[in-house]
Design a binder for this molecule. Structure first.
Ligand code: XIL
Length: 357
């Protein structure tokens, strides 16, 4: 009798596993395959959200949106008294219309920001008071405008240095030290107490930079900055970072915050990594070896991200297809090729086997 019950239970368990695997394979898009793990997002440009086929692809695959450029300080607020809402509004409306989540990117960054924010017309740095006035006005206005649809903000982007650290020596840092980072979070929180507030950076899995980011968040949180979450950009390559480093970085950051997003995922086919805007878009020849590395890096990375599903709540690809990619189509960086067709890597990422984890 006991034996019969046991074999019955084994059969039931096998059937359940088989049905989970099947559900995985029948999943419509990435967002469906990853329901129960994390949201899957995409950064969009203006063409992506105007073209019917691309819209259909976005809606099938993704459930979170980031504006690739439209919400950056330089786009919405090119000079002190000028606001330019057209593109940011159309991304926000696209999300409202289609019931998609929207990550706000970004409030404070040293790139793509009007110089007026921190210097006068002669090029001299503003006083801290004037800088803070500009920053506060900027943050309040943008956060207020989109608070019905933006649920998370990259409040400060890339404030940690790559070389001589810990902080990047930007004009904003020169004016106010790391206090400007704290104030940005305080004002974003005041403007929308419901928004999840991120510190966002690249190479955030590389141990040295990871430690700097970790120490900064710890310090500023102790001083009262409402930093809720870490955005690991994820501009990776097929050669790095080591997946073990991603694993450890997620563990370390989760000591400080309960939410981590991969905010800007792509994998270059050359050796470069990171968020430097002066990147080479030359790419390499996609040999079978390169393709195999590309697939392995994606598969291994997603395995680690799934392992951390309690804290990793969203993974956003930086661009829809290789054709749209800021690192250039010859770098072969995304899961959709330049013709918007899924690559083999797409199926490998999507049809994972939950049983094997
Ligand atoms: C990039 C955009 O993709 C490009 O179109 C733009 O020319 C430069 O910025 N880190 C970030 C993103 O936080 O905002 C950057 O996006 C890529 C690096």
């Amino acid at each position: 009798m006991r034996k019969t019950v046991c074999s019955f239970l084994v059969v039931v368990a096998m059937a359940l596993c088989a049905s989970t695997v099947k559900a995985q394979q029948n999943a419509k898009g990435l967002k469906d395959a990853y329901a129960g793990y994390f949201d899957v997002g995409v950064a969009v440009n203006m063409r992506n959200i105007a073209d019917e086929q691309q819209i259909a692809l976005i809606k099938r695959e993704f459930n979170s949106i980031t504006a690739e450029n439209a919400m950056k300080p330089g786009s919405v607020h090119p000079s002190k008294d000028r606001w330019n809402w057209r593109e940011a509004d159309s991304v926000a409306d696209f999300c409202r219309r289609n019931g998609l989540k929207l990550r706000g990117h970004c409030l404070m960054w040293h790139n793509q920001i009007g110089r007026w924010m921190y210097q006068d017309s002669q090029g001299n740095l503003l006083s801290k008071e004037e800088f803070y006035q500009n920053m506060k006005e900027h943050i309040f206005t943008v956060v207020n405008r989109y608070k019905d649809v933006v649920y998370a903000w990259d409040v400060v982007n890339e404030a940690i240095s790559d070389g001589n650290g810990p902080y990047r020596n930007t004009p904003m840092y020169q004016i106010a030290g790391d206090e400007f980072i704290k104030m940005a979070f305080i004002w974003a929180h005041e403007a929308d107490p419901n928004a999840v507030l991120f510190y966002n950076d690249y190479n955030a899995a590389i141990p040295e930079k990871r430690n700097r980011i970790y120490n900064m968040i710890k310090k500023l949180k102790a001083e009262g900055a409402p930093i809720h979450a870490v955005g690991m950009q994820g501009h990776y390559s097929i050669y790095g970072p080591r997946i073990e480093d991603v694993d450890v970085a997620i563990q370390k950051y989760s000591e400080l915050v309960s939410t981590i997003h991969i905010t800007e995922l792509d994998l270059r086919a050359n050796q470069e990594m990171g968020g430097d805007l002066n990147l080479s878009t030359e790419g390499v020849q996609i040999t079978p070896e390169v393709k195999a590395r590309f697939e392995k890096q994606y598969v291994d990375l997603f395995k680690v991200l799934r392992k951390h599903k309690q804290v990793v709540r969203c993974v956003t690809f930086w661009n829809l297809s290789d054709k749209d990619s800021w690192v250039g189509e010859r770098n072969y960086p995304l899961l959709f090729d330049a013709k918007y067709q899924p690559k083999d890597a797409y199926h490998l990422v999507k049809n994972f086997n939950p049983k094997e984890e």
